[in-house]
Design a protein around this ligand. Structure first.
Ligand code: ADP
Length: 752
């Protein structure tokens, strides 16, 4: 640029010659840029037209024939022709005059300020342009010179500078320069931004590396083992984890976060617990089912006596799975009284299918969070029972037993049953959301089994999702089989007794069943057998090598006095006492209903442990009796002048339900009319106001109870006849069953 002093090296022979010639004359050269740098002998078309006329200030001859010259730019000049081309290039140029003088001072000053300001910004982004340069710039008071100076200093491609050089008037130069500066400002700030980002990354990595190295050294000094950080260990486990990509990414993120938390903070403990949980969940890990039907049947039969329906259903399920290769697991709910083997058959189903088994006890679960987990923001948050169960199973296709599903309840802490619904619903459970885990868990391959004591208590929507299989109470005979074939063996093994050391005779077991237990299932029985085993073990130990035999006669040596004498039928027929049959969660029972009639003001009293439904059915009974008072010749004022008191003794287990209706009515009528009721008759049935008898449930248990109590005849609603057909002959043997439709039928049988 004009006014700029610069030096450069010259090596082309022709150029050196040109300098020599110039030095002999006016010491001026025309400097112009070659368009293509590679051309050794450029012609006129290979050169830009606009160049600069410069004065040579100094020539220094260097080694190997290179010449270094110092020049000062003087004036723009345009190449018009190359006159001589032999030893050197002689050019004919057209000099261009500086036109700054033709602009007013204001215009020039305006340009100066604008350029300075723009350039100031550029300089701020380029800190390597020292303050020296800025000072020089402020000293230049001439717009043209200032612009030329700035261009010469800018680090831009030569094409840009050439463009500026070719701008002849001050105004053109101003436009070109400003464009150039603004573009550079933009580019530089973008560049700086990128650099800053990269630098940050590098700094962070470097810092972490340094800190980690320091930590290593510190640990070494402290004598702590330095094998691997927890985060690294987690990472290795993550590598081995079988899971979808999204899951892995989420875990990776958590590990990265964990690494940056101070390891002594409580937050770190939370993060650690979370990562451990995620790593232990079986995302995509499955176990292989054993699909051999024969084997399954063998296992099921080996473990349990009876329970045909459950076994059959399980084998059907297996067969379907084998055929379809991936059958949707049905959700089977085993319903029945405690101790009837619901839990243990579930376990043996798992064993038969070679599935992992987890039991989730739902009894008393009220809080939705127990199913679905707590959010991690809670102190001491944990995954819910389902997720925890899956973690314990270690595979995504275990058999999960939801024990006592009828015992879940909901309160202000959320709806537990709707959470369970989500678990059981095949539409939703492939992405079950646990609040703690956050990542959806796939439950679709889990085989669910549920148990319940009574259907009534199961929330309706849950009930709709499940297939019910009823497990009924065991008869004495069944209990005997179970005791002989399973429980004794199990308990002997548990107590370290070998075969041959102890034998419990069948009659002894029968006595245990009758006299020492009172239950629907066999849990108490198992406990009693356990007790016998323990006592026997002691005897054997003390008297080396002895063999213990338990018989009907010596049972009391092991178990003490008999606990239950069966609530036997009354010895004689009586007025005002009728025997009903009840069904409770522990099985069937007989219940005696007593009625007293005494002079009074027409009051009606009910005592004993009874529920509302039972009270209402007593009222219905009274209404019925009043409506038939004519037929029974009851005095008109009877109900105004007498009090009636109904009592149900031995109410340890609360009883409710309408099925004692006919019994209460019969007892009352007997008390009112003073007619005796047969002592060997028991009855069950709901009564209507008009004296019709409606069907009832729990027939098997009730029949069993009647039989045990030594009853000879039972009155059963006519509508239950078909249910009675399903009950095994073993139970019905020796019982006379009278089907009743109306209260009249009942009285015909019951009254002496
Ligand atoms: P539930 O879950 O119905 O309350 P459990 O499964 O806990 O009952 O059963 C109690 C005990 O009785 C267990 O030891 C079980 O093995 C045993 N048991 C129950 N029914 C049978 C049966 N049919 N055959 C063999 N053992 C049985």
């Amino acid at each position: 640029m004009p006014g700029i002093v610069a030096h450069f090296d010259v090596s082309r022979e022709r150029s050196i010659k040109a300098i020599e010639v110039a030095m002999m004359g006016e010491q001026k050269v025309f400097l112009v840029t070659q368009k293509d740098l590679e051309k050794e002998k450029p012609q006129i078309d290979d050169l830009y037209r606009m160049g600069i006329l410069a004065g040579i200030k100094q020539v220094v001859k260097m080694k190997n024939g290179i010449v270094r010259i110092l020049v000062e730019g003087e004036q723009r000049a345009e190449l018009s022709a190359l006159a001589q081309q032999q030893d050197y290039l002689l050019s004919e140029v057209f000099l261009i005059e500086e036109d700054a003088a033709s602009y007013s001072e204001e215009v020039q000053e305006g340009m100066i300020r604008a350029v300075r300001e723009a350039y100031g910004r550029y300089a701020a982004l380029n800190p390597r342009l020292g303050s020296d340069f800025l000072r020089q710039m402020t000293e230049l008071k001439d717009a043209g010179k200032l612009m030329d100076f700035i261009v010469s200093q800018m680090q831009v491609y030569y094409e840009e500078k050439q463009k500026y050089l070719e701008a002849v008037t001050l105004e053109e130069r101003y436009t070109v320069l400003m464009e150039l500066i603004l573009r550079e400002v933009n580019i530089t700030s973008i560049k700086n931004e990128f650099q800053a980002k990269v630098k940050e990354q590098v700094d962070q990595n470097q810092k972490e590396y340094l800190l980690r190295e320091q930590l290593k050294v510190i640990r070494e000094e402290l004598g702590e083992d330095n094998t691997e950080s927890d985060a690294d260990q987690f990472r290795q486990e993550l590598k081995k984890l079988k899971a979808k990509k999204e899951v892995k990414e989420k875990i990776k993120k958590e590990i990265d976060r964990f690494e940056h938390i101070n390891s002594n903070s409580s937050e770190s403990a939370v993060a650690r617990g979370y990562i451990e949980t995620l790593l232990e969940l079986p995302w995509d890990k499955t176990s292989k089912d054993n699909r051999d039907l024969k084997n399954a049947e063998k296992v099921l039969n080996h473990d349990h006596y009876g329970l045909e329906k459950v076994k059959e259903r399980m084998l059907e399920f297996l067969a379907v799975q084998n055929l379809t290769s991936k059958g949707e697991s049905p959700i089977i709910c085993l319903v029945g009284p405690p101790g009837t083997g619901k839990t243990s058959i579930a376990k043996s189903v798992a064993r038969a299918l070679d599935k992992k088994y987890v039991r989730i006890s739902l009894g008393g679960v009220r809080d939705e969070a127990e199913i679905r987990g707590h959010r991690r923001t809670y102190v001491g948050a944990m995954p819910g029972r389902i997720a925890a169960g899956l973690r314990a199973a270690g595979v995504k296709n275990p058999l999960m037993l939801l024990d006592e599903i009828d015992k879940v309840s909901s309160d202000y802490r959320g709806d537990t049953s709707s959470a369970l619904l989500e678990v059981l619903d095949s539409e939703q459970n492939h992405s079950f959301r646990d609040h703690y885990v956050e990542i959806p868990i796939d439950l679709s391959e889990v085989m669910f089994l549920a148990t319940a004591n009574s259907v009534q208590e199961i929330p309706r929507p849950l009930l709709d999702r499940m297939e019910l299989i009823e497990v009924t109470s065991y008869t004495e005979n069944e209990k005997l089989h179970i005791a002989m074939e399973h429980l004794t063996r199990k308990q002997m093994k548990k107590n370290g007794l070998k075969k041959g050391q102890l034998s419990i005779r069948e009659d002894a077991l029968a006595k245990v069943i009758r006299g020492y237990t009172k239950e629907a299932g066999v849990r108490g029985l198992e406990r009693k057998i356990g007790e016998i085993c323990r006592k026997a073990a002691r005897e054997i130990y003390e008297d080396n090598g002895k063999k213990v035999t338990v018989t009907k006669k010596n049972v009391s040596r092991f178990l003490g006095k008999e606990k239950y004498t069966f609530d036997m039928a009354n010895a004689s027929d009586e007025v005002g006492i009728a025997r009903g049959l009840a069904w409770t969660s522990v099985g069937g029972d007989t219940l005696e209903i007593e009625v007293n009639v005494m002079p009074g003001k027409g009051e009606f009293r009910l005592t004993g442990q009874l529920g509302d439904v039972m009270k209402e059915s007593a009222q219905a009974g009274i209404s019925y009796i009043r409506s038939v008072s004519k037929e029974f010749k009851i005095a008109k004022d009877f109900f105004r002048e007498n009090d009636i008191h109904i009592h149900i003794p031995e109410g340890a287990v609360p009883k409710d339900g309408p099925s004692a209706g006919i019994t209460m009515a019969a007892a009352m009528l007997s008390a009112v009319t003073k007619r005796k009721i047969r002592a060997d008759v028991a009855m069950t049935g709901e009564i209507t106001l008009r004296g019709r008898v409606l069907p009832i449930g729990g027939l098997k248990e009730k029949t069993l109870a009647a039989k045990n109590a030594g009853i000879k005849t039972i009155c059963v609603p006519k509508k239950n006849e078909k249910d009675m057909d399903e009950i095994s002959e073993e139970i019905k043997q020796g019982l006379e069953i009278v089907y009743v439709e109306t209260m009249e039928d009942v009285l015909k049988t019951a009254f002496v």
